[in-house]
Ligand binder design. Structure first.
Ligand code: FUB
Length: 344
């Protein structure tokens, strides 16, 4: 929701109308990536802080430094903060801005994937390892080779292959990699290098992971989202085009890629027949929340599906102080996600 509208919100009334409440209130957390490991829910969120950086369209105010893992026995149960899982000071290659992470498990080892800005001002994606789903995680000395941009989401397919989906425009820098080489510019602008409105939108990226999950097995590819006429969504189609916050889940044998439209504040999804796509735009998942960003994960628990998302209602609209929430997500008989309105 745009900042100018937030000033007019009656937050007491809004919290009464909210379909769900923050899972934890003692810290601000956002960008929830939820997974079920050994029958329990683990949420890997960003840990929002107020570092004093002014709001800008590069997201400089998202100055997060560490990660905490939240666990729950059920979606309705108590959310437990398991303390510090990883701090930027322990990541050799990273300077700042520990943005939206994700995690996965393989053979009893847990892998935390996270974007951060290096000392050169470039976002890359790192990986840290633990023998526990809640950490602490030990980071690799280098970022993942050939990684770039933000918002990694790692999906394990039924055949045991792992894929990373990632990318984000504006402050997420995806547009600066269009030539395959990072484009430097001074002063930095979130809008330079973007396609024109009538050109195909920038695509999120997908890469199969190597068996050690520490590197890509292949060069990242474009994940193309098609419209109803089999044409790629256009950059000017801001209500539908990809901005950031990739997530992949599988439902009834189909691949559901969901994402945020950023400056239009929707969570949308597209359906495909394989992990690479192409995907066809299928609709919205979540209407705008209070706060500029919208970011989520979709996770099955005991036969029901849940949307983990965030909003800024607890902080009364402060964009970079967000809270994670959960609500049930349902499909119609044709596999379409029923759109969720976060406030009744
Ligand atoms: O939390 C920082 C950034 O805001 C995330 O990486 C984006 O997806 C947006 O939620």
């Amino acid at each position: 929701m745009p900042e100018d509208l937030i000033n007019h919100i009656d937050f007491e009334n809004l919290n009464q109308r909210a379909i769900s409440q923050p899972l934890v209130k003692h810290i601000y957390i956002a960008d929830p990536s939820a997974h079920v490991f050994n029958g329990k829910i683990y949420i890997y969120p960003s840990h929002d802080i107020d570092a004093g950086d002014a709001f800008d369209d590069l997201g400089s105010h998202f100055a997060m430094e560490d990660y905490h893992v939240i666990s729950m026995d059920t979606p309705q149960g108590e959310a437990v903060d398991n303390g510090l899982a990883l701090h930027v000071k322990d990541v050799l290659w990273a300077e700042k801005q520990m943005w939206a992470p994700d995690a996965t498990e393989k053979d009893g080892t847990y892998y935390l994937f996270f974007p951060a800005k290096g000392y050169d001002g470039i976002f890359r994606i790192g990986v840290a390892i633990s023998d526990s789903p809640v950490g602490p995680f030990t980071p690799q000395a280098e970022a993942i080779k050939d990684s770039f941009s933000i918002d990694p989401a790692v999906f394990k397919d039924d055949d045991g292959s792992y894929y990373m989906y990632f990318g984000g425009i504006w402050g997420g820098q995806l547009q600066r990699w269009r030539t395959g080489i990072f484009q430097f510019e001074q002063p930095e602008s979130p809008f330079a290098f973007l396609p024109e409105a009538n050109e195909p939108a920038l695509c999120p990226k997908v890469a199969k992971m190597a068996s050690n999950l520490l590197e890509f097995a292949e060069a990242p590819r474009d994940l193309v989202i098609l419209d109803e006429n089999n044409q790629p969504l256009l950059q000017g189609d801001t209500n539908r085009r990809f901005f950031e916050a990739s997530w992949m889940h599988k439902y009834n044998g189909k691949y559901y890629f969901s994402y945020s439209t950023g400056d239009t504040h929707f969570l949308c999804y597209a359906i495909g027949n394989n992990p690479y796509g192409p995907f066809r735009y299928a609709g919205r998942v979540l209407e705008p929340v209070v706060g500029w960003t919208s970011h989520h994960s979709i996770c099955e628990f005991n036969g029901k599906w849940y949307l983990f998302y965030h909003d800024s209602s607890l902080s009364k609209g402060i964009t970079h102080l967000r809270s994670v929430k959960v609500t049930e997500l349902t499909y119609d008989k044709d596999g379409r996600i029923q759109v969720i309105n976060p406030y009744l």
